[in-house]
Write a protein that binds this ligand. Sequence first.
Ligand code: HEC
Length: 499
Amino acid sequence: MEINRVILGFLLVGLCQLAGCRQEKELQLDRLDMVYLSASHLKVEVLASGLEVPWDLEVDGLGNLWIAEQKGKVSQMNLKSGSLKHLLTLPDVWQERTSGLLGMTVHPDFREFPYIYLNYTLKKDRGIISRLIRYAYQNDTLIQPIVLLEIEGGTSHNGSRLDFGPDNKLYWATGDVHDFSNAQNPRSLNGKILRLNEDGSIPKDNPDPESYVWAMGFRNMQGLVFSSHGMLYTSEHGDAIEDEVNLIRKGGNYGWPGIEGQEDLDEERDFARIHNTVEPLRSWTPVIAPAGLTYYGNKAIPEWTNSLLLTTLKGKSLRILSLNAKGDDVISEEILFENRYGRLRDIVTGSEGEIYLSTSNLDWNPQPGFPLDGDDKILKISRSDETSMSPLSPVKAQQGSIVTGSELYLSYCASCHKEDGSGIPEVFPSLKDSRLVTGDPPALVGLVLKGTEPSGSGQQMPGFAFLDNSQVAEILNYIRGEWTENTQRIDPDFIEQNR
Ligand code: HEC
């Protein structure tokens, strides 16, 4: 058998040489997993490893995958040969926890106009700036940088994503830079979706022909994509609650900070009436930290046709959000890869319906058990006839209620204070040796219900007044029982008295 195959191989190569055709070698990649959907089998392979926080992935329609790493590196991978070329390191990126190189897109007609658009933070005149810049791709280098627009940057909440619409306009999802006055201020370019001509000028048909603003009322978007029907979707981080996926309409107001998630509180309904706001397609409490978003319009994986694929950081998973035919509603949500590859930062669909996604296990917020060998990686997901003894399968998302103190802690507190309560030095305090945890219960209850003002480091603890009394009591008894000698229990009535 083996020998026959070798002989056949030689013969084919020989024929090919005679006929003058170039032999296409199939790229050999390491297979990590198989995924079984209702009818299709998919394989998950490692396309690239040893990267550092690949924040944005794009395909250019000429067979290349573009990779932007947070520290400012831009690389290009030939998807046929697998060869990876490093083209540029931005010289002036300011990169800390969530700042850095945060957005990239390629010109929709890349063959004719070989331009790459990048967004990154930098320090300028003692302030932080978020810059949109265009580079030209020529002879394996990126040259002729042209700054298209600069807006206010911040220590956090810098967004950001870029994409071209079917109208050939450039859309940019900006963050509110942690300033509550920005998102609802039509003159600020933060907390907005901006729409630009490709040369950086303002399109005449914007809602206000003098302004870049296309839609407003956003906190910190981490995903932005156009569907093949020309609809624009974003993913966004909520505060302690209410992460969102939104369908963006021209001139729409998405409510932040007056509204978090659905319009389900009295004051939110009042705000909605006055400002005529748009509700999210879907929101998540507890939060999942949604990130990259791609629209899957391909038929290659029929189970996923007409869905949004969303990577999550805190949720450490891929979410499959099936859309209705009109694309204006999410009809089901499935979860895949939970905890398997760690934090997932971005996702993009290739021309054959294959999918690329990037891990983010070397970023500012490492999770227990990660990074894995070879992180950060780019994974390729594609159809396969292979089989596996232990395939993965998506599970339906449950939006049920959580009751135990440890589950509540994991859902609402661990993203900052960590699973074991140790926090992140100089960012989120440890709860283990905290006098507030051991000490006077009213002070502790007050802090957890009300949260804190931003501190010197720009960090702030959100308030948890939306939790009911027994949930707050469960959490506090859990942290006091777990990390202190304190056995005096706090009961729900005590929380009520301290509200
Ligand atoms: C988004 C991040 C974040 C989340 C989520 C969060 N915290 Fe905090 N927490 C902070 C920050 C930042 C501080 C420090 C605030 C300051 O000192 O101004 C803090 C401080 C604290 C402190 C005081 C520690 C000390 O000794 O100073 C306690 C106790 C605490 N948090 C409990 C909780 C509990 C319980 C939850 C979940 C219900 C929670 N936190 C969720 C960010 C967070």
